[in-house]
Ligand binder design. Structure first.
Ligand code: NAD
Length: 321
């Protein structure tokens, strides 16, 4: 069995590797060759923690396994990340444990790769202004991955806690792009692509803010009750997602579905666009919205790439297990 410790991940996997793994697994999901098992997530009644498993099997990539982890709010005081996760991969032919891979950086990379895949396949080719809603831990990863998909000339940002915006400004500077803090009205009027990555339970971006032709990646809503954009926006947009079952239950679409504004059949798989069975954006005026709920198969796909790279570069720890 192979162990790839968390500290090795940054030196192994590139954003391009993560992008390729995520694009491949979304395509496999849409072909029916890969599927996620039901998610388990529990408040464990200790340390205020939420703990659970995301798991699945990709017959194309032969990735079988699970990501185990959750949220420990008291960790920061102990010098640890609040979100903790570990990926376990199993040999699809024998069931033997194949690898244990640190899952913290991996989660950020695979989540950023998902919105990046959506931008590549759905945003207008001439997109120039990237809008960011959210300035937390994930936002920096989202921003770095997104700018690789189009010739963006400027980053604009809004955050519920404005004091966190310097994080976006610093990443924009690192990327050599100008950054401006804006209102949500300005964001909607000017951004060609908007990424929303917050932990909000009420919408920030409203339907009236958004202008035709925008691509929106809603990446924060991954739990029942969370919401980042007004539900009527989903009725105006063409909606895409990683997995329809998650989109309607724990994703951004849960609210539009509950309010009867859209039907499950209105939600399209991003994998279908990748496979060419859905045309994707049909005009420069269309609003496209990607509901990135985060599936276990994303974790397994990137973890598998990491294991291959760790073996190749000789940093995999081998254990007789
Ligand atoms: P974080 O705690 O570092 O940042 C939270 C962000 O949400 C900040 O920008 C904060 O200002 C904003 N926020 C908090 N309360 C808000 C409110 N009431 N209204 C609007 N904004 C508010 O979190 P993070 O690690 O950056 O993660 C952000 C979200 O992304 C979380 O909800 C997390 O569960 C989700 N997430 C999703 C996936 C996925 O695959 N879809 C993967 C990882 C994380």
């Amino acid at each position: 069995m192979i162990i790839v410790p968390e500290k090795e991940i940054a030196g192994l996997v590139t954003r391009a590797d993560a992008y390729d793994a995520i694009e491949q697994v979304f395509a496999s999901m849409s072909k029916g060759a890969a599927y996620n098992f039901p998610v388990i997530r529990e408040a464990i009644g200790h340390a205020d923690a939420l703990y659970g498993f995301k798991s699945g099997f990709d017959r194309d990539g032969l990735a079988l396994g699970l990501k185990s982890g959750g949220y420990w709010p008291g960790n920061e005081k102990k010098g640890l990340t609040n979100h903790q996760s570990t990926v376990f991969l199993f040999d699809a032919d024998t069931g033997k444990c194949r690898a244990i891979v640190g899952g913290n950086l991996l989660t950020a990379l695979r989540t950023a790769a998902a919105s990046s895949v959506s931008i590549n396949h759905l945003a207008r080719k001439d997109a120039k202004i990237l809008g960011m809603i959210g300035a937390g831990h994930q936002s920096a990863f989202q921003l770095r991955a997104a700018v690789e998909q189009r010739d963006f000339e400027k980053i604009i940002g809004w955050n519920y806690h404005p004091e966190m915006l310097p994080r976006l400004a610093e990443v924009a500077e690192e990327l050599g792009l100008p950054f401006e803090a804006v209102s949500l009205e300005q964001m909607g009027a000017n951004a060609d692509v908007i990424i929303s990555i917050t932990s909000a339970f009420a919408p920030s971006l409203m339907d009236a803010h958004v202008t035709p032709g925008t691509h929106i990646a809603c990446m924060g809503t991954d739990t029942k009750g969370k919401q980042e954009v007004e539900a009527t926006l989903l009725a105006r947009a063409t909606v895409f997602t990683d997995e329809v079952a998650q989109s309607v239950t724990i994703g951004e679409a849960q609210h539009a579905i509950a309010d009867g504004l859209i039907k499950q059949s209105n939600i399209n798989e991003i994998g279908a666009v990748i496979n060419g069975t859905h045309a994707g954006r049909s005009s420069d005026d269309e609003i496209t919205l990607f509901d990135g709920t985060g599936v276990g198969l994303q974790d397994l796909a990137v973890a598998s790439s990491i294991v291959d790279l760790a073996i190749e570069k000789g940093v995999a720890v081998e254990v007789d297990f």
